[in-house]
Write a protein that binds this ligand. Structure first.
Ligand SMILES: *Cc1c(COP(=O)(O)O)cnc(C)c1O
Length: 462
C-alpha cells in the first residue's frame, strides 16, 4: 500500500481513501505518493490487447493496496469505462506519418476529464458507504471538469456537488453539461470572475478546517491525486500500443492546470520509457514560460477559444517542483507560499534542469490554433477541437522524435462555434449535446466572494 505525503512536507501521511476523499493536504500542499510504484517492462510489454479497465485496475491497485478489495476495484474500473462509446476507451487515431491523436473524449461529457472522474465517483461512493459519511464536492471548473463531475456524481447517494464556473468564459455546450442536470444533488454557480478566482475560492474553502469538516468538503479538481493516477493509465496503453517499452514515445499535452502533463511524468516515474513530453499552452503560457525560461510568473488570464486552459496558476506544477527539488518539502513550501504572495517564482537551475530532462513547452496563439484546426481538416478530414489544436500546432513546431502522441482532450462538438469559425465545418452533433440543447438550465449567479460562496455551499450541503 502506498501512503501519501504532502509537497509541503508538514502534513501527516494519509492513506489512499483519505487522499481520495480529501482535497489539499493539511499543510496546504498537494498529495504525492510516499513512494512511487514501479511497473515492470514485462508488464508494459504485455499491455497491447488487454482491456483498458484491467490496466487501470492494475495501476490503481498499486496505490490502493489493501484499502480497496481488488475485486471491487476491478468492478469499479469496468463500470467506469463501460459507458464509454469506444471499446478501446482511449483509442489512437493516426494523424500523419509520425503522429497519432489519442482520443480521450469518448466518455459521457465528451472530454478527457471523464476518464478520471467516472472512476473517482465510483471510488468515492464506495469509500463513503464504508465510512458512513457524506461529502460535498465543490468543483472549480474552467469548463470541462464541471460537466464531467456532474455526469459522474449526479444522482448519487452521499454526495452533493457544487460546480463553480467563470461567468461567460466557457462554451454553451460546456455549460449545459452542468446546468441541465435534473438531479437535486447538483448546484451550479456562475461566478463573476475568471477561473483563477474560482480556484482561489475553492482553495480558501479548504483553508477553513471547520468548514471542511462541517460540509464534508472534497475536491475533484486535479489537486486530487487519484485523478492523476487515473490519467497516467492512457500514457501506458498508448505508449505500449506504439512499441513501449522498446520504443520511447513522445507525448504532446494541451496544458492548463498541468494535471494531465504531470500524469505523463508520473507514468514515466512508474517505469514507462518516454522520449519527451511537450506541454502545449494557449497564450495563458505560465507553464510554457516556466519550463522554457524558468520564470513561473502569474499574469492576468486571457479568454481564448480553448477555455479549459485559460489558467494562470497551474496547481500541479507544485508536484513537479517537489519531485525535481529532490522531494524537499520545506523548499517547495517556501517557493509556493512566496508565489502565492508575489505571483512570481524563479526556478533555480538545479530544479529546472531535471524538469527539462523530460519536458519541453510551447505556447500557441489564437490565430495559429484556428489555422491548425483548418489545416488538419484539409489534410486529413479530421475535425479537432481548439484544445487539441493547440497541441497539434505545438507539435508541428517542435523537434520531436516519432512516434508522437497528441492528446485529443475534447470532442470538437463541445466547441462548435470555434470549430466552425476556423474550418467552416461542423461535424454531426453527438446525441448527448443535442439532448442538452433542449433542456432547461438551473444556475445561480454569484459574486467572486468567499463569504457568499461559502454561505451557499453550507446551505446546500444541508
Ligand atoms: C482540463 C482540460 C485541459 C487541461 O488539462 P490540465 O490537466 O488542466 O492541464 C485541456 N483540454 C481540455 C479539453 C480540458 O478539459
Amino acid at each position: 500500500m502506498t501512503s501519501f505525503v504532502s509537497t509541503r512536507g508538514r502534513a501527516t501521511e494519509v492513506g489512499f481513501i483519505d487522499a481520495l476523499l480529501g482535497g489539499l493536504a493539511a499543510d496546504g500542499g498537494l498529495h504525492v505518493p510516499a513512494a512511487w510504484p514501479e511497473m515492470s517492462a514485462r508488464w508494459i510489454a504485455a499491455l497491447p490487447g488487454r482491456p483498458y479497465a484491467d490496466v487501470a485496475a492494475d495501476i490503481l491497485g498499486c496505490f490502493a493496496g489493501d484499502e480497496i478489495d481488488p475485486a471491487a476495484l476491478s468492478d469499479m474500473c469496468w463500470r467506469a469505462y463501460g459507458g464509454f462509446d469506444h471499446p478501446a476507451v482511449a483509442p489512437l487515431r493516426q494523424l500523419d506519418a509520425g503522429a497519432f491523436l489519442l482520443e480521450l473524449f469518448h466518455g459521457p461529457s465528451l472530454a478527457f476529464k471523464d476518464i478520471a472522474l467516472q472512476l473517482l465517483a465510483r471510488l468515492a461512493v464506495h469509500a463513503l458507504e464504508r465510512r458512513g459519511r457524506r461529502m460535498t464536492i465543490v468543483c472549480a471548473t474552467s469548463g470541462d471538469t464541471g460537466g464531467a463531475a456532474v455526469e459522474a456524481f449526479a444522482g448519487l447517494d452521499h454526495v452533493r456537488i457544487v460546480a463553480l464556473f467563470p461567468e461567460g468564459r466557457i462554451s454553451e455546450v460546456q455549460r449545459r453539461f452542468m446546468t441541465t442536470s435534473p438531479h437535486d444533488n447538483v448546484a451550479c454557480l456562475s461566478v463573476a470572475g475568471d477561473f483563477d478566482d474560482c480556484q482561489e475560492l475553492l482553495k480558501g474553502m479548504f483553508g477553513d478546517r471547520a468548514f471542511v469538516s462541517d460540509v464534508g468538503l472534497a475536491a475533484v479538481n486535479s489537486i486530487n491525486f487519484i485523478r492523476i493516477i487515473a490519467q497516467s493509465v492512457y500514457y501506458f496503453t498508448a505508449a505500449a500500443a506504439l512499441g513501449a517499452p522498446e520504443r520511447a514515445v513522445s507525448f504532446v499535452v494541451p496544458t492548463g492546470n498541468f494535471g494531465d502533463a504531470f500524469a505523463g511524468w508520473a507514468a514515466h516515474r512508474m517505469g514507462l520509457p518516454l522520449a519527451r513530453i511537450l506541454a502545449a499552452t494557449n497564450r495563458n503560457a505560465i507553464v510554457a514560460r516556466a519550463l522554457e525560461d524558468g520564470a513561473y510568473v502569474r499574469e492576468a488570464a486571457a479568454a481564448t477559444m480553448s477555455p479549459a486552459m485559460d489558467i494562470q496558476v497551474a496547481s500541479n506544477f507544485e508536484r513537479l517542483f517537489f519531485e525535481c527539488a529532490g522531494r524537499d518539502g520545506a523548499a517547495t513550501a517556501a517557493a509556493f507560499k512566496a508565489f502565492a504572495r508575489t505571483g512570481r517564482l524563479t526556478l533555480p537551475h538545479d530544479i529546472l534542469t531535471p524538469m527539462r530532462t523530460l519536458f519541453r513547452a510551447a505556447s500557441v496563439d489564437e490565430a495559429e490554433t484556428a489555422a491548425t484546426m483548418d489545416r488538419v481538416r484539409q489534410a486529413s478530414g479530421i475535425l479537432i477541437d481548439p484544445h487539441t489544436a493547440v497541441a497539434v500546432a505545438a507539435a508541428a513546431r517542435a523537434d520531436l522524435a516519432a512516434p508522437r502522441v497528441i492528446l485529443a482532450t475534447a470532442h470538437p462538438a463541445k466547441f462548435p462555434e470555434a470549430v466552425r469559425a476556423a474550418t467552416g465545418a461542423a461535424g454531426p452533433v453527438p446525441r448527448p449535446v443535442a439532448r442538452r440543447a433542449r433542456l432547461a438550465e438551473r444556475v445561480t449567479p454569484i459574486a467572486a466572494d468567499a463569504g457568499a460562496v461559502k454561505a451557499f455551499v453550507r446551505d446546500f450541503a444541508g
